[in-house]
Write a protein that binds this ligand. Structure first.
Ligand code: ZN
Length: 239
């Protein structure tokens, strides 16, 4: 069986600071890559924002089944031409997994068509992630809920369209709740938004989070690239 081709995009700015290097010596993209490589079903490529075309050249995008996206402080510097190319690939069937502060990326807002704003606070609250849809492939292998001892807090209202499927709901020890695992389809592409993953916490090493990363890559890749026919269409008796 062919491996699923995953490209991991990271803006890679926080990751260069001493404070974050202590948590992620190889960057967050390195931790995500390590998780997917360990699974064995994926072929992974890294794309960093300071690479030419942000590492998302036509060749890379055309050979990507699922694109992971982590960004935060440099969303505004992502080239609109690259955003359009990623958008076109999603509509054409590429999967997209948007992580944490990627909720505010140009590509996520363009695909969803809303502002995607939310409440936030960096006080290291405990996050309890409840599985709302145990039958969903992204929840495979998880218990009824799992916890991260410290994460950044996000709170509702999250300005997104109603998800096609809502797989996870987070509760924080400060009292907030947040729709933290949201599935969408746009064109022929599948999109999953997953909330955890603040740069200063070791979230991408957590065993449950790693299950979700693997599950979401498998889910977003399903049937991706299956070409549809559009336009004039003949009846069976004329074929
Ligand atoms: Zn954050």
């Amino acid at each position: 069986m062919n491996k699923i081709r995953v490209t991991i995009f990271n803006e890679n700015m926080h990751d260069k600071t001493e404070r974050i290097l202590e948590v992620y010596p190889n960057g967050m993209h390195g931790a995500i890559k390590e998780c997917l490589d360990a699974d064995g079903r994926f072929e992974t490529t890294i794309a960093l924002q300071d690479m030419p075309e942000h590492g998302l050249t036509d060749e890379v995008l055309n050979n990507t089944d699922v694109l992971f996206w982590w960004g935060h402080m440099m969303h505004h510097e992502v080239d609109d031409a690259v955003v359009q190319k990623v958008y076109d690939r999603v509509i054409d069937g590429m999967g997209l997994v948007v992580l944490h502060s990627g909720h505010y990326s140009k590509i996520f807002k363009k695909l969803l068509g809303t502002g995607c704003d939310l409440k936030w606070r960096e006080t290291g609250d405990l996050e309890r992630i409840w599985v709302l849809k145990p039958s969903h492939p992204i929840a495979a292998g998880l218990d009824e809920y799992f916890e991260l001892p410290h994460e950044e807090t996000y709170g509702e209202h999250f300005a997104i369209p109603t998800p096609d499927d809502l797989v996870f709901m987070s509760w924080f020890s400060g009292g907030e709740v947040f729709r933290s695992g949201c599935c969408y389809e746009r064109g022929n592409g599948k999109i999953f938004y997953f909330r955890p993953g603040h740069e200063s916490f070791p979230t991408f090493y957590d065993a449950n989070i790693r299950k979700v990363l693997v599950n979401s890559a498998l889910w977003a890749a399903t049937d991706c690239g299956k070409k549809q026919t559009y336009g004039h269409w003949l009846p069976d008796y004329n074929k």
